[in-house]
Ligand binder design. Structure first.
Ligand code: S3P
Length: 181
């Protein structure tokens, strides 16, 4: 483990279970959990869908980077002040695109440990089919082209995701738990 407090950043495509597993991980380690999308929504008082709609993806990516820096700073300062000696400062569940824009990947790798949650493609498709409406990037994709869209996007993003310190491919039984069984 690192000498100074470090942050665990969870990466992965939409629907890979980052928030669910992040909460479990943070609770097991007794450290704070931050969902980056929620952080952005609270800060700007808008949903992610509204942000994409009103200011567009480019502005969203800038706000996402700002949020990443801000929440990392808060987690580290809190740990240094109140809980010195603790190795992990917090768990941050990133948005699916966070490691792929600006210099976020290098920032995260310098601040902490990075984990890519990489479930099989069909698991992502199953989950995202149910949630298209809330996700601006796939809201307009028709069900019959969803698999192709996810597969292409995943291929584009894999070179970034692959740089994670740890890669986990959640097994099917984990998926059942994630779906609330
Ligand atoms: C995005 C993923 C979303 C959210 C935004 C963009 C992406 O986060 O940040 O809609 O580019 O993959 P989740 O992966 O948490 O759904």
């Amino acid at each position: 483990m690192a000498d100074r407090p470090t942050i665990i950043y969870l990466w992965g495509f939409m629907g890979s279970g980052k928030s669910f597993l992040g909460k479990q991980l943070a609770s097991a380690l007794h450290i704070p959990f931050v969902d980056l999308d929620e952080y952005i929504e609270n800060h700007h008082k808008k949903t992610i869908a509204e942000i994409f709609d009103e200011v567009g993806e480019q502005a969203f990516r800038k706000w996402e980077t700002d949020a990443l820096h801000e929440c990392s700073k808060v987690l580290l300062s809190y740990t240094e002040k109140g809980r010195a000696g603790l190795n992990y400062a917090g768990v941050v569940s990133c948005g699916g695109g966070t490691p792929c824009f600006h210099d976020n990947i290098h920032f995260m790798k310098a601040q902490g440990r990075t984990v890519w949650l990489n479930p099989p493609l069909d698991v992502l498709v199953l989950r995202l089919q149910k949630e298209r409406a809330h996700r601006p990037l796939i809201a307009d994709i028709t069900p019959d082209t969803l698999t192709e869209f996810i597969s292409e996007r995943l291929n584009q993003r894999s070179p970034y995701y692959r740089q994670a310190d740890l890669i986990i491919s959640p097994a099917e039984h984990v998926d059942e738990i994630l779906n609330g069984l």
